[in-house]
Ligand binder design. Structure first.
Ligand SMILES: [Zn+2]
Length: 506
């Protein structure tokens, strides 16, 4: 077993001892200082990575860019993402990160993969699309060949095509639809979303608004294809997508079961990889809202075990979604979650846990409980630093934390991304991957914005090209792919990486 990277080499300890003995008031030995700096540098993510000459050239370029960026008065990671987005888009580091092969995105939700502008301009312009306005100022949609039945809590349905024909300004209507499908706003986000309660409420409303649009079978397939395209264009070669596996519907109101949904995902993925052979693929994590009761949880765990058995090549495992504070803690569902093990069935868990700043509550125990249930990774793990035992366990058992910086900021867990707890995890080379959670809800696309916040924000000046390389490789190493597939994916990634380095360094 390799020595723990946190343990200083003996030579350094001796130097420290020597310095203490000969110490007094004299200036500390500069060699000791140098050794300690190098020791700390080597402990961080990618700290031990040997860089090629071309990589060193690119690294020097990135360092220069980062120093210039850090010196700015309007430093993007210190600002709310909604205000920082245009500045990030103009950043030379961001353009390098967009081109960088980032490996996989392991924490992405299916209904927030595609920019909402495409949804409005493409999906809502299809025929037979009806819209209604809810009592709590949101909207709902349905595609139907006949006039749909009234929906409780919603205004009478309006055929969008007719509504657009009557409206003087179709752009205003489109913009107002768009605003209902994402949290992103041009107004001051601190005013629009003054608390976690408000932002979570609006967040869940956006999903409900999207639901009727995206779960219509033809749209579902196009939406997912478009989502894969957006990640692929952002140089992401592999995805692990969390999905509620919604029941899809047809124009006549008939519906399909979850197997159909998973098969549709499989078909679209195959179609996409046939068109883009250097895209490695997608695996799915089936999810359920954590607000359900025990009998529903038992049912969905049973269902997930069956799907895992029937689709082992594309099913990665199981997770729960929704705000941790509003749902039930993992421990509440311990009986349902123990079923797979009791029956000797393999159902890997990928629990969201520690996406909270409420220290010491029942929900705050989710991190330890996730590890007790042998979770394969931890979604967010924002509270990990406040759980030294969980942190130690996740390091020792190589349970990677899926860090989603933009999400954590928009959902109001941290204001200035330099202060994100993953700064510590990165400095210790804790197993972690960077992901984007719900990019469309946050006005982001793909994965590069999150890499920017990680690299420029909490990575500080110290994180370098080796750190980026490590993070990209982590996304394959900590994926649910089999060891053989990981080797194949790493080989593919490596070819992409070398091409990227030689092109940019030139
Ligand atoms: Zn999530």
């Amino acid at each position: 077993m390799a020595a723990s990277p946190q343990r200083p080499p003996v030579a350094v300890l001796l130097l420290v001892l020597l310095s203490c003995l000969t110490g007094g008031l004299s200036i500390p030995d500069p060699r000791l200082r140098e050794a300690l700096i190098r020791l700390e540098d080597s402990m961080q993510a990618g700290g031990k990575m040997e860089l090629t000459d071309a990589e060193k050239r690119l690294d020097a370029l990135l360092l220069k860019m980062k120093q210039e960026e850090t010196a700015r008065a309007d430093f993007p990671p210190a600002m709310h993402f909604f205000k920082a987005r245009d500045l990030i888009r103009a950043s030379p580091i961001f353009s390098v990160l967009q081109k960088m092969p980032k490996g996989g995105a392991l924490h992405v939700h299916d209904l927030s993969m595609v920019d909402v502008e495409w949804v409005v301009k493409n999906v809502t312009y299809r025929p037979h699309c009806y819209m209604c306005f809810t009592d709590n100022r949101s909207i709902r949609f349905i595609f139907s060949s006949q006039w749909p039945k009234p929906r409780p809590g919603c205004s009478p349905w309006a055929l969008l095509e007719a509504l657009r024909a009557k409206t003087k300004n179709a752009t205003d209507l489109d913009n107002s639809i768009m605003n209902n499908l994402t949290l992103f706003t041009d107004q001051d986000p601190e005013v629009v979303y003054p608390s976690q309660d408000v932002v979570w409420d609006r967040f869940e409303q956006t999903f409900q608004a999207l639901w009727g649009l995206v779960t219509y079978t033809p749209v579902f397939r196009d939406y997912f294809y478009r989502g894969l395209g957006q990640f692929y264009t952002d140089n992401v070669m592999y995805l692990e997508v969390r999905s509620l596996l919604p029941e899809l519907y047809e124009l006549d109101g008939s519906t399909h079961d979850k197997t159909f949904t998973l098969k549709s995902y499989q078909d679209v993925t195959e179609q996409f990889t046939a068109n883009y052979p250097d895209f490695f693929g997608v695996r799915f994590i089936s999810t359920v809202h954590r607000g359900v009761n025990m009998s529903v949880m038992t049912e969905v765990v049973e269902e997930a075990m069956k799907l895992q058995k029937d689709f082992p090549h594309i099913m990665a495992g199981f997770d729960m979604v929704g705000r941790e504070e509003n749902g039930r803690p993992l421990w509440y569902f311990r009986e349902a979650l123990s079923l797979p093990q009791e029956r000797g069935i393999n159902l890997p868990f990928f629990f969201h846990a520690g996406e909270t700043d409420l220290e010491g509550t029942d929900v705050d125990q989710n991190l330890l409980d996730a590890l007790l249930f042998n979770t394969s990774r931890i979604g967010h793990g924002f509270a990990l630093l406040r759980h030294p035992v969980a942190k130690d366990l996740s390091r020792k058992s190589k349970v990677a934390v899926e860090v989603c910086p933009v999400s954590n900021q928009v959902m109001k867990l941290v204001k200035d991304l330099r202060n994100h707890p993953a700064a510590v995890l990165m400095l210790e080379n804790h197993p972690l991957v960077i992901s984007s959670d719900d990019p469309a809800a946050f006005g982001a696309v793909g994965l590069s914005y999150d890499f920017y916040e990680a690299f420029v924000g909490f990575g500080g000046i110290k994180s370098h090209l080796g750190s980026l390389k490590q993070l990209a490789m982590n996304s394959i190493r900590y994926s649910s792919l089999s060891p053989q597939h990981q080797e194949k994916a790493l080989a593919l990634w490596n070819t992409k990486w070398n091409k990227f380095v030689s092109e940019i360094a030139r």
